[in-house]
Write a protein that binds this ligand. Structure first.
Ligand code: GDP
Ligand code: ZN
Length: 460
């Protein structure tokens, strides 16, 4: 990575918009201290030690009036988030004061930062790689503690380190081919081919392990689309309310991130469920809900997991049977609700359903909700050998690159099987090396980097 590049000085509000207790205006770049010097009343910040917090006031240099009482953090390059001089003005929350301070900062030598520009500088200055930068975004958006853990692991460089090791392996194999090509008389063709095969096989294995985690990563990132379906009055709303009440940390929208659609999430057993079409469930008296089955079909179609609610105090109705059929081929849990009442329904009434997919619950008493959470967690964990090193692939960009790296290795192995010349096999091996490099940003094209950081929110 190059040494710190010189950039202009940027600023943004880096706390979520709204009435927080405090807001932070962040400035980064070589003029940071000059900018703050023009608008700060207190100690001379150009003389204070690095990484100190300083009390004072922000003044408007034109009127010389105080605007707000503040604490200003001074962090000098290079040991900062961006590797540049950073000033953080902690001011009283509130949109008016914060915006006023930002506009003074902008009028006194800083430029408004683009979304993600602070993190982009951290990347360009070599402090983080792309997987780590992406994890900053994931942390901002994470919906459960577990998703946060995975993102923090990435920020700690887990994925970065693994990919670097894999690239090193490939590089060794490539170097071997070079030797072979340079000294063809030094007859090592077979040795080299064997080494290529070994490396390609072991790297492929690691890549496939990572790809296996991708499904779980996607769920942690985006939530598992879940529909609660059932005919009217079986207890959908009651069950939903229990799920919502037990989860104090429902994330409808993380402040400061930009989501166009407010989605409803509920954390069940550590798995973020993205609830599909709860509108009909929320307002029980809504006539729309009475359309029942037809509406359910749409929700079923959109969902990855179905919670099919039956009223276990009554025999199955034709509508129940229709819904059972409609959800047959989906990931499905069947909730025997109203289990507090005498049962009129047993598992033997559902010949095509595995007993392990049925959970007795009560929307009235809350009974069975823990079993439900455990089941959902179990579904989520199914088929993952939980990797000890906590490396998990979480985003589409990384998944796509891993898939093409994997494909290149398939080509390498096929080439070796067909005894193709090694310098041709080398091309596919190099391609794999490049794809892995794009994941970490060591071989990423400029426009990709620009596009990637533009997805960040302002102030990060
Ligand atoms: P939905 O139409 O499927 O959303 O059903 P609701 O949640 O609105 O419930 C319909 C009726 O069943 C309401 O009177 C609830 O109080 C009642 N109910 C829901 N769950 C239970 C339960 O587990 N046990 C009993 N006894 N009543 C329930
Ligand atoms: Zn309802």
């Amino acid at each position: 990575m190059p040494a710190t590049t010189e950039f202009d000085t940027i600023a943004a509000i880096s706390t979520p918009p709204g009435e927080g207790a405090i807001s932070i205006v962040r400035i980064s770049g070589e003029d940071s201290l000059k900018v703050i010097g023009r608008i700060f009343r207190g100690n001379d910040l150009s003389k204070v030690p690095s990484h100190t917090i300083n009390y004072g006031h922000i003044k408007d240099p034109k009127t010389n009036k105080n605007v707000d009482e503040v604490m200003v953090s001074v962090m000098r390059a290079p040991k900062t988030y961006t590797c540049e001089d950073i000033i953080e003005i902690n001011c009283h929350g509130g949109i008016v004061a914060t915006n006023k301070i930002l506009s003074l900062v902008l009028a006194n030598g800083a430029r408004m930062a683009e979304p993600g520009e602070f993190t982009k500088r951290a990347f360009l200055n070599g402090r983080v790689d792309l997987t780590e930068a992406e994890s900053v975004m994931d942390i901002i958006r994470s919906k459960t503690d577990r998703a946060m853990e995975v993102a923090e692991g990435q920020l700690g460089g887990n994925l970065h380190k693994l990919i670097k090791d894999l690239r090193q392996d490939i590089l060794e194999a490539l170097a071997q081919v070079e030797v072979n090509i340079d000294y063809p008389e030094y007859d090592e063709e077979q040795v080299t081919a064997d080494m290529m095969r070994d490396k390609a096989t072991s790297v492929k294995k690691e890549i496939q392990k990572l790809l296996k985690t991708a499904q779980q990563g996607k769920v942690l990132r985006n939530g598992l689309a879940t529909a609660i379906v059932g005919r009217p009055n079986v207890g959908k709303s009651s069950i939903l309310n229990h799920l919502l009440q037990e989860d104090k940390a429902i994330v409808t929208d993380v402040a400061g991130t930009t989501r166009d659609v407010l989605e409803e999430y509920v954390n069940v057993g550590g798995v973020p469920l993205k609830l599909v079409d709860t509108a009909g469930i929320h307002d029980t008296d809504d006539k729309v809900e009475k359309i029942g089955v037809e509406r359910s079909r749409q929700a079923i179609h959109k969902a990855d997991l179905i919670l099919l609610v039956l009223d276990a105090s009554q025999p199955l109705t034709a509508e129940d049977k229709e819904l059972l059929t409609a959800t047959e081929n989906k990931h499905r849990l069947i909730l025997f609700n109203k289990s507090d009442l005498p049962a009129a329904l047993t598992i033997s009434d559902l010949p095509d359903v595995a007993a392990s997919d049925v959970i007795k619950v009560s929307g009235l008493t809350g009974a069975g909700m823990e079993d439900l959470a455990a089941k959902i967690e179990g579904l989520f964990n199914q088929g993952i050998e939980n990797s000890q090193n906590d490396v998990m692939v979480t985003n589409a960009r990384q998944i796509g690159l891993l898939e093409s790296a994997d494909q290149s290795l398939t080509d390498v192995l096929n080439g070796l099987d067909q005894e193709m010349p090694l310098d041709l096999v080398q091309i596919d091996m190099t391609e794999c090396w490049n794809k892995l490099g794009e994941i970490t940003g060591d071989a990423a094209p400029d426009e990709l980097i620009t596009q990637l950081f533009s997805q960040f929110c302002l102030g990060k």
